[in-house]
Write a protein that binds this ligand. Structure first.
Ligand code: ACO
Length: 325
């Protein structure tokens, strides 16, 4: 039996960091009222990073990938599959993954494609890469979550523009005799497409409709808590594990209240919850690999630890992956 395991991680945040005070001042200049107190109390967010106007999704993905490659000791040419989870690619097509392949100087013709599942994108991408390794199609996959959500925010809508940030995280997944990815569980329910979406599109050379993010926050909140718990439980059952086997919980970093309630439902102490939403905001598909890399680099997560990764986002999509690191 072939399994896949995470060899290394990497991440990148664009240098421009805005605290709540910075963002509040910028919004106030446009007549939009918010406060550090409101943002912290409702979300746990203190700061986020925004990419410069000329920096694209694949630029962030490139930096995170270089760090993951450096930590693995592998060369870019060793990669034989690239999967990028993003909802904010550089262009309509080609995919951010093929652009990333070129930036990494990979000319071995390996498959490269994007996965679009909004904030669940990374758990979807990791599951797809794991499956392709298990079938023998790939041996070393670069799996990236990268977003420039600042590009699709309406800075006149205070209910959404304070929540998101830009960044990228990457892992290298390698074929192995022993399991690293223990189990996963993915779902979608398109009936909820309108509660979280960017409804615009491109047609005849024009943007049709609204190209900025719309979210019914309370509706998303309510759905997220329920589906995250069911995905975590299904994943544990598939792996023959229980709550007590999880060493670290790495949920999608959207809202500290959703994350803390997940830890409670899984009977985990809050210290076992990896939190980066406070410093990164919600970076959509990038949030889980960014949180994973930060916990690996800080020494919290050690080899052999069992990690529960969980994502939920637009679509509605959701899923979980149980990893033995
Ligand atoms: N500053 C000040 N006041 C604000 C702001 C702001 N930035 N935004 C909203 N308010 C006000 C509202 O106008 C409202 O005022 P009112 O009571 O006078 O009408 C009040 O605050 C409460 O608004 P709610 O939307 O009910 O606030 P809530 O407590 O639900 O928090 C939040 C909003 C943070 C968005 C929350 O609902 C949430 O986190 N939802 C889940 C988001 C999530 O998990 N997303 C994951 C997927 S993201 C993806 O896939 C891209």
């Amino acid at each position: 039996m072939i399994y896949s395991r995470i060899v290394s991680t990497g991440s990148y945040l664009p240098p421009r960091r805005l605290t709540n005070a910075d963002l509040t001042a910028e919004l106030a200049a446009q007549g939009i009222e918010t406060s550090d107190e409101w943002i912290v109390e409702r979300t746990g967010i203190h700061a986020r990073h925004f990419a410069a106007p000329d920096v694209t999704c694949s630029d962030l993905a490139h930096q995170a990938s270089l760090q993951a490659l450096a930590s693995s000791g592998l060369q870019a040419a060793d990669i034989d599959l690239i999967v990028v989870a993003t909802s904010t690619p550089d262009m309509v097509f080609p995919s951010a993954a093929t652009i990333l392949q070129h930036k990494l100087g990979i000319t071995n013709g390996c498959p490269a494609f994007d996965v679009q599942a909004v904030c669940s994108g990374f758990v979807y991408a990791l599951t797809v890469a794991d499956s392709l390794i298990k079938t023998g199609t790939a041996k070393r996959a670069l799996v990236v979550g990268a977003e420039v959500f600042s590009r699709i925010l309406d800075f006149k809508d205070r209910t959404t523009c304070v929540l998101f940030g830009d960044g990228a995280g990457a892992v290298i997944l390698e074929a192995s005799d022993t399991p690293g990815i223990l189990a996963s569980d993915l779902h979608a329910d398109g009936r909820h497409k309108d509660i979280l979406c960017v409804p615009g599109t491109v047609s005849g050379g024009q943007v049709l409709g609204d190209p900025t993010l719309k979210m019914d926050g309370p509706a998303v909140f309510k759905l997220a808590v329920g589906v995250l718990e069911s995905a975590a439980r299904a994943t544990l059952a598939k792996a023959g594990k229980t709550d007590a086997d999880i060493d670290w919980l790495i949920p999608h970093q959207a809202n500290i209240r959703i994350m803390q309630s997940m830890a409670k439902k899984l009977k985990m102490p809050q210290e076992k919850l990896i939190v980066t939403v406070d410093q990164h905001g919600n970076t959509s598909a990038a949030s889980i690999p960014l949180a994973l890399d930060s916990a690996v680099r800080s020494g919290k997560i050690k080899r052999g630890d069992t990690l529960m990764l969980e994502g939920v986002g637009g679509g509605f999509t959701w899923g979980a992956v149980l990893v033995q690191y």
